[in-house]
Design a protein around this ligand. Sequence first.
Ligand code: MG
Ligand code: ZN
Length: 385
Amino acid sequence: MAIRIVKSLIFIFVFIATQVTAQENYKDIKEEKSELTFRGGETYPVKKYKHEFKVVKPKNVIFLIGDGMGVSQVFAGLTANGGNLFLQNCKYTGFSKTHSSDDYVTDSAAAGTALATGKKTYNGAIGVDPDTVPLKTILEEAEEKGLATGLVATASITHATPASFIAHQKKRSMYEEIAADFLKTDIDVFIGGGYKHFTERKDGKDLTVTLKANGYQVLQDMEQIAKVTSGKLAGLITPEHPGRAPERGDMLPVATETALNILDNDQDGFFLMVEGSQIDWGGHQNSTIYVVEEVLDFDKAIGKALDFASKDGETLVVVTADHETGGFAVLNCDPDKGKTKGGFTTGNHSAVMVPVFAYGPGAEQFIGIMDNTELNQRIWNLLLD
Ligand code: MG
Ligand code: ZN
């Protein structure tokens, strides 16, 4: 009898022990497979730039938008890169309120339109007001005043954020109509994906033929694009969206540098918008890994902008987001390894304010809490009034 009890106890003990171990193993496996932890990677050195400028009013503006980049996304990138980001060169910081005209939680089209035109509109609107009436964008106004202009993105160039600066359509999904709107402008350089929206169209037109007739170099290869230093350039590197950062490599920093080389030829100054498009997609996927990779890639593009601005002395750099994505938080980290654990509260956008960072002449205006429309007005007044 006693032996049977002991045997049963041993059995129960072993059973419990196995279950606990199994659960621990299961946890480990889940943790390893989970996208919630960025496990560290190669870090890159970050330069410090001097804060001495030749003018008080900028001749050029580089406007960088991290799609879906809230404070936590920035901090996750900062943690993963060993506590350093190029972004930290921006001494003036503030917050932007992102709500659209019809929703406390904006989408990228309404937010892009607010940042491009200074007017709130409904979710899904591209460069039009709540009554679908076209609104003039800062890029169009810059062109009219004789400045050079450019757009760079890691999404299709016809996607909501870049589209808001150049197109006027009632719905963000009207990619072919948005592509056609590029030809109504005199934009000097645009680099991103979306080749097929110019070539495989319902109307049977090949817009790249018209672009070439209008003097554009139309290129699909990033190595060739990087060699262009003058003239007009349409860089359409993929049929739709470019891949994630590890796949597309240094496309965004190189495209930013290329655009700056071209735009710098204009003596009247320029307006360039650069988008880190896929930070948002990492948020939608609830992937800390995706978010961190995209923030670090975007920060390298910010580094190219700061490098140019610090040498030039007449360039204002403003960095912000259109909205936050994922309700993301940084939960823990191992700073020596750059291991960063994140958590998400939604698969959608959140309503929270997003950070604003500025460097260069006029940067001191970008402090405090402002509406995304005021952010546009401040840039507009500094560059174009
Ligand atoms: Mg976007
Ligand atoms: Zn989104």
